[in-house]
Design a protein around this ligand. Structure first.
Ligand SMILES: Cc1ncc(C[n+]2csc(CCOP(=O)(O)OP(=O)(O)O)c2C)c(N)n1
Ligand SMILES: [Mg+2]
Length: 316
């Protein structure tokens, strides 16, 4: 496990999203953004164990999953600005990222809907004996839709090569998990369909990496679907670039508990025992320079034309 690489990936994602928060008020990004700040270890810990040919599906909170899978950051930023150069030609936006070059098949904002699509990809992988797997990133609220149960049953019955990667950030918008579910331990859902289950601290990247490494190996060895529950926390509002703690839907102690467990801080403190601070500062500076450049380039790019929009409308 290369801890520096894990830190680099998480820092890259955090910096892109922080830049989004500072640029958003200028009004150039017109689509809603669901930021993953605080949740980066889940995306990176799993994706670092994937091969380019493995498939990922995501949801409305898709940036971290896209970047972690090797997605093109410039194309993502263009997409969020609605520019033609975006990874979905400027007609998708933040919640519809897709990039077949890196097998990031789709991110879909209808809660749970990507589960059905990911099942299709896994059926294909199994039928064609491709020795590839599918990962579907879902939130805790995804387990409150029937499609999850149908797909978990089908995946288990047919031993499909799929990982249900569940980021439990304790909330569905403003509603805490304790007001929605009888228990925040999701093992019961996996057990119901005889799917192997693991629960990890989703803010501890080494944990996520090590546990998912074994799981992914098992799936590749034909052991069928697995479920990983990663407990984590989002720092900002459900949707948008701001904090919203003044709304008092979550407890101050809970917020500070999770901020103390920040995935980047935890790993950085560990790295500083081995590497000089200057080494990390240099890495950070290089990342910021790259991101600043991407954001300034995107402003010069063209928007799609009204005619471009017609290209993507299905007509018989
Ligand atoms: C079927 C459906 N119902 C409701 C919504 C509105 N909605 C968007 S995100 C969200 C919460 C999702 O929570 P979770 O899956 O835990 O992901 P998180 O936002 O916490 O990352 C809801 C209810 C939706 N997009 N789709
Ligand atoms: Mg949630």
């Amino acid at each position: 496990m290369n801890l520096l690489k894990l830190f680099h990936e998480m820092y890259l994602i955090r910096s892109v999203e922080k830049k989004i928060t500072s640029e958003y008020p200028k009004g150039k990004m017109r689509c809603p953004v669901h930021l993953s700040i605080g949740q980066e270890a889940c995306a990176v810990g799993i994706s670092q164990n994937l091969k380019p040919e493995d498939i990922v599906y995501s949801n409305h909170r898709s940036h971290a999953h896209y970047i972690a899978k090797g997605g093109n950051i410039a194309k993502m930023i263009s997409e969020i600005h609605g520019k033609k150069n975006g990874c979905v030609n400027g007609v998708g936006g933040s919640m519809h990222l897709q990039d077949l070059k890196v097998n990031f098949m789709a991110s879909i904002p209808i809660v749970s809907s990507s589960i059905g699509l990911s099942l299709g990809a896994a059926i294909n992988q199994k039928r064609l004996k491709l020795n590839k797997i599918t990962v579907v990133f879902i939130g805790d609220a995804s387990l409150e839709e029937g499609i999850f149960f149908e797909c978990a049953n089908f995946a288990s019955l047919h031993k499909l090569p799929i990982l249900f990667a569940c980021e439990n950030n304790l909330f569905s918008v403003y509603t805490p998990i304790k007001e929605r579910q009888i228990d925040s331990n999701f093992k019961r859902y996996a057990d119901a369909f005889k799917i192997p289950y693991k629960r990890v601290d989703g803010n501890n990247i080494e944990n996520v990496f090590n546990v998912s490494k074994k799981i992914i190996k098992n799936i590749k060895n034909g052991k069928g679907p697995h479920f990983i529950q990663m407990d984590t926390y989002r720092y900002l509002e459900h949707c948008g670039p701001n904090e919203d703690d003044h709304l008092n839907y979550r407890n101050k102690n809970e917020v500070s508990f999770w901020k103390k467990k920040d995935p980047l801080k935890v790993l950085e403190n560990k790295l500083l025992k081995k590497y000089k601070r200057e080494k990390l500062s240099y890495m950070k500076k290089t990342i910021h320079r790259k991101i600043d450049q991407i954001f300034s380039n995107v402003l010069k790019e063209k928007y799609p034309t009204p005619n471009d929009a017609k290209k993507y409308v299905y007509a018989e």
